[in-house]
Design a protein around this ligand. Structure first.
Ligand SMILES: [Zn+2]
Length: 301
């Protein structure tokens, strides 16, 4: 009994204070993902609003995006170990928004390399409080340390990990963010598009460039990937960029018409409601900000 109690004590204390209890979903024989809720981050979802995926490379895993906190990364890792116990060989960060990389510290503490673009050096200040820190519960954030990628790349790079050839493509223009990185697996035709692709909720254009984003989606769609996994949303079909692409294209055309007819930014926000998207989650929190951010780009054309 004493032994049992001691082992129970260690099992409990080895966990973070908060358990996200993440559920893995198999996409292909070599890709498993954790899909977040279609919500804004808050104290009940604790930032589990984002996708994180594990690539099986035979001898170990490659992780694409580490989620909003140390505890999230730990929960995903533990779920994968229950499916197949393999070490993590490499971590990749798709972009600088903090719901995608605040779990980095969970992996770097055991010496795993994290690859990300040089945008992290230019546009992330690890001394500042993060959005997550200000938004999710202290228990869920516990143990989280803003940890930059340990390997910075500024151009498209290939990595061989186990039985996978992995392409890390740097998008050469501001699109969803100032520098997005997508990950492609030629072997299984899986494209991890980061936040260039949203589903089940409205995309966020703030900090991006609508023209660069649309151009980038055209390029990604011409790659002929068999599965396209976005940064938010469950759709992993080959045409999963459709919703984001159509939304941005329609918004651009409506804003251009508004600008041509002399409307200012406030009038344009009122006019470009895109009512057919009201039923999509996060419409109320995203639509006017998206129109505003896009107007500021399009007014200079
Ligand atoms: Zn993002």
């Amino acid at each position: 009994m004493k032994t049992l109690l001691v082992s129970f004590f260690f099992a409990v204390t080895s966990l973070s204070a908060f358990d996200y209890a993440l559920k893995a979903e198999r996409i292909t024989s070599d890709v498993t993902c954790f899909f977040g809720a279609h919500e804004v981050m808050n104290k009940s979802n604790n930032g589990n609003i984002v996708n994180s995926c594990y690539i099986n490379a035979g001898e170990g895993y490659v992780v694409v995006d580490t989620g909003p906190s140390y505890a999230y990364a730990e929960s995903a890792y533990n779920a994968m170990q229950r499916i197949k116990p393999l070490p993590v060989k490499l971590v990749i960060n798709t972009h600088i928004h903090d719901d995608h990389w605040l779990g980095n510290g969970f992996f770097t503490q055991s010496g795993v390399s994290v690859v990300g673009s040089d945008d992290f050096l230019h546009n992330v200040n690890v001394q500042e409080a993060t959005r997550m820190q200000n938004t999710i519960s202290p228990a869920a954030y516990e143990g989280t340390v803003s940890t930059l990628p340990t390997e910075i790349i500024s151009e498209t790079t290939r990595k061989k990990v186990g039985n996978q050839d992995i392409e890390l493509k740097i998008i050469p223009r501001t699109a969803h963010s100032t520098k997005d990185l997508v990950v492609y697996l030629p072997k299984s035709g899986v494209l991890f598009a980061g936040d260039l692709v949203f589903n089940d909720r409205l995309p966020s254009v703030k900090g991006g460039n609508i023209n660069g984003w649309i151009t980038t989606l055209e390029e990604l769609e011409s790659m002929g990937a068999l599965h396209v996994i976005g940064g938010h949303g469950r759709n992993a079909e080959k045409n999963s960029s459709k919703m984001t692409h159509e939304y941005l294209t329609q918004m651009r055309s409506e804003i251009r018409i508004a600008i041509e007819s002399g409307l200012g930014i406030d009038e344009t926000i009122k006019k470009v409601q895109m009512n057919e998207y009201r039923k999509i989650k996060l419409y109320d929190s995203m639509q006017s900000g998206n129109v505003e951010a896009s107007y500021r780009v399009l007014e200079w054309e």
